[in-house]
Design a protein around this ligand. Structure first.
Ligand code: ADP
Length: 584
């Protein structure tokens, strides 16, 4: 129930729209009783008394009431949809804003498809609770009260008899509602699982084709899709048992009304037989207007239960803990020099027995290039993850220009850094849009200068629309080397005092390699650089090399010092774990 109430908080943003919409719905509801009232008068009074003039007036009243009802309905539909779209927009916007503020740890444990399902489908399902809650819920309840009252006004005894099934309907609804959340949660869960699988497979379609996994993946997808079918059918089975049972009870209400009403018309002494017949006819028409909202409330219950399960998933994101210091913290004093010190830093991604980093000491003076080398899994990327505060270090201290990075506002810290990842990520947009990420107000000249410095100018000029060329989803329209150079020019444009570079291991042809290497050297000049190095040329030029193993720094020094020491570093070089193998 708490979830449902939280959903209703979104109403507060649009009180005028909600009230206007409700007013239309209420007016429509009130007008509902005009027709049965007139039918009662026509059959019970005007026809027996041969009053043709009154009959025509009645016809106009009924037509007018229907016209007004539908006019209000038209306005209500427009208001309803406006309201609906505004609320969906707000929830999605809140959700996306929140997602961007969540820590990397959160993303580690979530599948992209699942998050996408929450933002798209779950928000829509959740919003239905609001729209239908007001629309159907309030109006149906109101209609129930107005029409119910009118039934008692028409004939209290008949009204009481025809409402005998109501307590049973209430008990049925209660039983159904208690079990429904689990069924709906299951549908949401398996749907999300199917979407996640689909997302993964589309992302990895090349691998699926390369390993000719099409059949196997189809089987896996069908299994997931089947889970959605089963969960939905399970839900529908319960609904199939519940809804017709409730319908049956409603029908019993009519049967009781006709039975008891017929008996009353035959045996009662009130008025004439015709007038009693008129009362019964009007009563039966009114009764159908009484039981119709009961049906709507049942349907609404189904929507609310679905929305509640979806709402839980949406609020799970909204309630998640954000990254600390996104808005608060010190600003980095300018100009940033780029002195970085790791002092006995420890860190663990999870509850593993051995920490990922253990007592790491690293010192980088302003403008120096620090190379991190070591086998896969040694903890090199983790060092960068901690420096950017994608993850928060747990023990020891990391400082930048003498300030503990934990005291810094994150945007200020990250603003001082440029990060070139191994697989350069380009957004699906134009070259210009990808460059603007680094500097939104960059001029064309600045962009071309950055591209030139990254050895990317010539191929961008060759594109038919140069800066306006679309690089395609994940940059698939460009070669690996081209993507890398655009990514490098993006960082050149940002011009950060601190550079974090995960050197690409993907092989490109020697000429491109040289172009990229030159671009990186340009990039590293005059800034503190942390490089996860895979190439000998990089480590050779580094001011200091840190050799990592199982989360610890086991050796440090320059290339020559470390070779002379003939330790782990020399061994790594011999085993060509550092690429190129040009060590002589
Ligand atoms: P390297 O960059 O030297 O290859 P990493 O720093 O990426 O090594 O990884 C160090 C260890 O931390 C590895 O055992 C790796 O499996 C683990 N690890 C890396 N990233 C995560 C993560 N997001 N969640 C849990 N464990 C991780």
């Amino acid at each position: 129930m708490k979830t449902v109430l939280r959903i209703f908080v979104y109403l507060r943003r649009y009180p005028a729209l909600a009230i206007a919409q409700l007013t239309c719905a209420i007016l429509m509801t009130v007008l509902v009783i005009v027709f049965p009232d007139q039918v009662g008068k026509v059959t019970g009074d005007y026809i027996p008394n041969g009053n043709i003039d009154a009959l025509w007036i009645s016809v106009f009243i009924m037509a007018g009431a229907f016209l007004a009802t539908n006019l209000f309905n038209a306005i209500r539909i427009i208001l309803n949809n406006t309201f609906e779209q505004k609320v969906i927009f707000d929830i999605r916007s809140d959700l996306y804003a929140k997602i961007q503020r969540l820590p990397m740890r959160w993303f580690d444990n979530k599948r992209t498809g699942d998050v996408m399902t929450r933002v798209t489908e779950d928000v829509t399902a959740m919003e239905r609770v609001l729209i239908d809650g007001i629309e159907q819920g309030v109006v149906a309840t109101l209609q129930l009260l107005v029409v119910g009252g009118f039934l008692f006004f028409q004939n209290p005894a008949l009204a009481a008899v025809s409402m005998i099934p109501i307590p049973l309907l209430a008990v049925g609804a209660l039983i159904y509602t208690r079990k429904a959340p689990d069924r709906h949660r299951r549908v949401r869960r398996v749907t999300s699982s199917m979407n996640s699988l689909l997302h993964d497979n589309l992302d990895g379609i090349q691998q699926i084709k390369a390993f000719t996994r099409e059949e196997a993946e189809l089987t896996r997808f069908n299994k997931s899709s089947n889970a959605v079918r089963d969960a939905t059918l399970h839900l529908m089975k319960a609904w199939a048992a519940y809804n017709p049972s409730m319908e049956f009870l409603r029908n019993i209400g009519y049967v009781l009304a006709v039975g008891y009403g017929g008996y009353w018309v035959i045996t009662s002494g009130d008025g004439t037989l015709e007038s009693r017949g008129g009362v019964l006819t009007a009563f039966l028409v009114t009764l159908s207007l009484f039981y119709e909202p009961v049906n709507r409330l049942n349907q609404l219950n189904q929507i609310v239960q679905g929305g509640r399960a979806a709402g839980e998933r949406v609020f799970e994101i909204i309630d998640a803990d954000e990254e600390p210091d996104l808005d608060e913290g010190e600003l980095l004093p300018r100009p940033v020099k780029g002195n970085v010190v790791f002092n006995g830093v420890t860190f663990s991604y999870g509850d593993e027995e051995s920490p990922t980093l253990l007592g790491v000491d690293i010192q980088a003076e302003a403008g120096q290039t620090i190379a991190l080398v070591g086998q896969t899994g040694a903890g090199k990327s983790t060092i960068i993850n901690l420096l950017t505060r994608f993850y928060e270090y747990e023990g020891g201290k990391i400082s930048l220009d003498g300030i503990d990075i934990r005291d810094l506002k994150k945007s200020s810290l990250r603003g001082a850094m440029g990060y070139v990842t191994q697989e350069s990520f380009l957004f699906n947009g134009t070259v210009r849009e990808n460059l603007e990420i680094a500097k939104p107000d960059a001029t064309d000249d600045e962009m071309w200068a950055a591209l030139r410095a990254a050895n990317a100018e010539s191929f961008v000029r060759e594109f038919s629309k140069d800066l306006e060329t679309n690089v395609g989803e994940r940059g698939v329209k460009l070669s690996v080397g081209e993507k890398q150079r655009i990514a490098i020019s993006r960082v050149i444009l940002k011009n950060p005092p601190l550079l974090l570079l995960d050197e690409a291991t993907a092989s490109v042809d020697t000429e491109t390699e040289k172009l990229i290497q030159d671009a990186l050297e340009t990039l590293m000049t005059n800034r503190t650089s942390f490089v996860i190095a895979h190439r000998l040329s990089t480590v050779r030029n580094a001011d200091r090399i840190y050799v990592m193993d199982h989360g610890k720094v086991i050796e440090e020094g320059t290339h020559d010092e470390l070779l002379a020491r003939d330790g782990q570093y020399a061994l790594l070089c011999r085993k060509s774990l550092i690429a190129e193998g040009e060590l002589s």
